[in-house]
Design a protein around this ligand. Sequence first.
Ligand code: ZN
Length: 277
Amino acid sequence: MNLQPITDLQRLCIHTITVKPWNIGEIAANFSSAGVKGITVWRDTLAGRDIRQTGRMLRDHGLSIVSLCRGGFFPSADRARRRAAIDDNRKAIEEAHELGTDLIVLVCGADPSQSLEDSRKQIHDGIASVLPDAESAGVRLAIEPLHPMFADTRSAINTLAQANDLAEILESPSAGVAVDVYHLWWDPDLEKEIKRSGKNGKLFAYHVSDWKSPTVDMLNDRGLMGEGCIPLKKIRSWVEDSGFSGFIEVEIFSDIYWSRDQHSFLQDIVSSYKKYV
Ligand code: ZN
């Protein structure tokens, strides 16, 4: 394992949802004073705001806008809903362009009233129909595989192998994958598939958190790095060996952390990033 220790915050990005109690103005000011360099913006934080102006405000705070979260949710047994999803993804591409980021993370979706195969076909078709818009806006789409516990409603793409297959079939430089350790740490093929993503230039994003044992809530009980059983340094070594040198994004959904003082939580994120990632 050939891994450089993390000595500064140049590659630290934090998702807005990680510090959900703050609005985006507070987030910008607090990230900036903590020395955080990157931000991934969840679309709910943009509601009712001028998006271009928000992009400028973030950059004025010295933040790189790493990605917009999230597009996707393509599958539905209902045709009108599938169409609405495509419209919403086109809107996300416009928002990314206005915000000034070149990346959207896709949570691909699933509909439990139909087969996973049908959902996967609709995911392929949905991405294929918005890819030309993404290409002309200069926006890339990162397919994020989700842990199989979310295969019912959130994503029928559950392994990095499936995401790599899909990104390859789509045959566009704008289609790639996001590796999120929370969803993928258990996969015996993870090292192999990370190398495959990297070799093909498809590894667009890297998300970190930790898997607490026990995990008491499927969605909102993610751990701070170092708090659980994910081999973070080992996975980062695979990611970096594959050629990825982009931001390392802290994405934590946690009822526990959201109820804490966010300033001290942010300090804990910074210290656990340096120590455990
Ligand atoms: Zn993620």
